[in-house]
Write a protein that binds this ligand. Structure first.
Ligand SMILES: Cc1cc2nc3c(=O)[nH]c(=O)nc-3n(C[C@H](O)[C@H](O)[C@H](O)COP(=O)(O)OP(=O)(O)OC[C@H]3O[C@@H](n4cnc5c(N)ncnc54)[C@H](O)[C@@H]3O)c2cc1C
Length: 437
């Protein structure tokens, strides 16, 4: 149902729901393009999976198959990568087969995002504020109405365009837009990431990293650790003795994986925490160099790779990604391979021939013309999302739909009616200005 405009309700041009990488980019881009913008985030910090689940590398930032690092997106993703490096929040890009990724320190990303949002003209950020209801416009000149809940109670706002970057399509679902989710047995498995300090230098250098992974898997298979501890990967973060450990976990025993169920996710977090404690005890007691290891950071949530997506005017498929689709309505590109963690023990990779276009239609709801989306909410199949979900692509798609939303509000048109060329030009122009300190 559509909402009629009411004078006593605060009005924005663009409302962005969810302050992860996609939402940060959408809000910064929409406000820089002149829209009065609201960004609401239910957590206490910006950064989404990077901040809450300690995801510590940015994938999808660089072009694949080139001998030197070449940033793939001219706008905000490149600015953020450079700002992270300036602020000692990122190391040098690392090579993994045909692609490169940027190792980062998640708290620095959260601080840079907060500083950029604080100095952006026309952008209001509401933290600890969750979307709890939505009436989405059914045509261009109508306002959408959102209900927001914080510790102070419930408020309502209106917006000309709504951008769903909640990672779980909260705005789309509450507002009755068409959404999709893969079957629980197929959904990508979540991980529990934590940081250790006090590890001796050589204990995870070079091949020792792989030996450590193999030793933990062996112990889990032999009964010395719980069997769910089979998949542990560690990566140094550039500081002496400091590493991130990623434990990818299967669903809770006897229950299908349910990433939209908050109680299920909390139960999984508690279970994964126990598993992580068992792994740390094992490392301290058995692995050379780990005797003095201490946990320096725990995540606040398990990291959810995949949940509900919004059905868009264009649906990106596995074939589009693998074949390197070129589309005239391109507003961003995808450069990461399909990486599917359908089995918690190992991912399945499929490498594209070349980067794939992301057309504006994949960022616009097929049922609600003023609802846009980016990041994990974008319109794609389960397989294609295996490539599209990474942080570099979330930033690039957020920037694109933020700009499109600002233009649509200004011209009083549907989101899909904004010319892709205009969005591309604006991204190139925005590359001249840097929102980050
Ligand atoms: C374990 C794991 C490992 C990964 N490894 C990598 C990697 O190495 N490199 C890489 O690039 N990517 C990686 N990813 C993928 C990447 O982290 C995410 O896909 C990326 O964060 C997507 O960004 P997003 O903005 O779409 O969503 P998210 O980061 O999930 O952000 C969504 C935000 O919306 C907020 N929100 C949700 N509902 C509401 C609501 N109702 N109201 C208000 N706010 C709401 C959430 O609190 C959150 O802050 C990994 C993901 C996981 C889970």
């Amino acid at each position: 149902m559509s909402a009629a405009s009411r004078p006593d309700v605060e009005r924005f041009d663009v409302a962005v729901v969810g302050g992860g990488p996609a939402g940060i980019a959408a809000a910064l881009a929409a406000s820089a393009a002149g829209a009065r913008t609201l960004l609401c985030e239910r957590d206490a910090k910006l950064g989404g999976n990077a901040t809450q689940a300690l995801v510590h590398t940015i994938c999808g930032l660089y072009l694949p198959d080139v001998e030197y690092e070449q940033l793939a997106h001219p706008g905000l993703p490149s600015r953020l990568a450079l700002a992270l490096q300036r602020a000692d929040g990122a190391g040098q890009p690392e090579v993994a087969g045909r692609v490169r990724y940027l190792p980062i320190r998640p708290p620095v990303l959260a601080d840079l995002a907060a500083a950029a949002c604080a100095k952006a003209d026309g952008l209001e950020v509401r933290m600890d504020t969750a979307l709890c209801g939505a009436e989405l416009a059914s045509r261009a000149l109508e306002a959408s109405r959102l209900r927001l809940r914080s510790a102070e109670g419930e408020t309502q706002v209106e917006a000309g365009a709504v951008i769903d970057t909640s990672g779980e399509s909260a705005a789309g679902s509450l507002g009755g837009a068409e959404t999709e989710i893969a079957a629980g047995a197929k959904l990508q498995r979540p991980s529990y990431i934590f940081r250790l300090e006090g590890v001796e230098g050589q204990a995870f250098a070079g091949f020792e990293r792989m030996r450590l992974t193999a030793a933990v898997a062996h112990e889990a298979r032999g009964g010395g650790l719980p069997p769910e501890c089979e998949s542990l990967v560690v990566r140094g973060d550039g500081r002496p003795g400091s590493l991130y450990a990623t434990l990818t976990v299967p669903p809770l025993a006897g229950r299908e994986y349910a990433p939209l169920d908050r109680d299920y996710l909390e139960a999984l977090r508690v279970h994964a925490h126990h598993l992580a404690v068992a792994v740390v005890d094992y490392l301290r007691a058995n692995r050379p160099g780990f005797a003095g290891a201490q946990v320096a950071e725990w995540p606040t949530r398990v990291g959810v790779r995949e949940s509900r997506r919004i059905a868009g005017e264009f649906v990106l498929t596995r074939e589009d990604v693998i074949g390197g689709l070129r589309d005239p309505d391109e507003v961003a590109i995808s450069t990461w391979p399909i990486e599917l963690w359908e089995d918690h023990r190992r991912p399945r990779y499929e490498y594209p021939e070349s980067p794939c276009s992301i057309p504006l239609g994949a960022l616009v709801s097929r049922t609600h013309p003023m609802l846009g989306m980016a990041g994990r909410c974008m319109s794609s199949t389960h397989e294609a999302l295996g490539a599209l979900r990474v942080i570099g692509t979330a930033l690039a798609t957020g920037e694109a739909i933020g700009i499109a939303a600002a233009f649509a509000c200004d011209a009083k048109t549907r989101l899909a009616a904004v010319p892709a060329k205009k969005v591309r030009r604006r991204i190139a122009a925005q590359a001249e200005s840097d929102p980050f300190p």
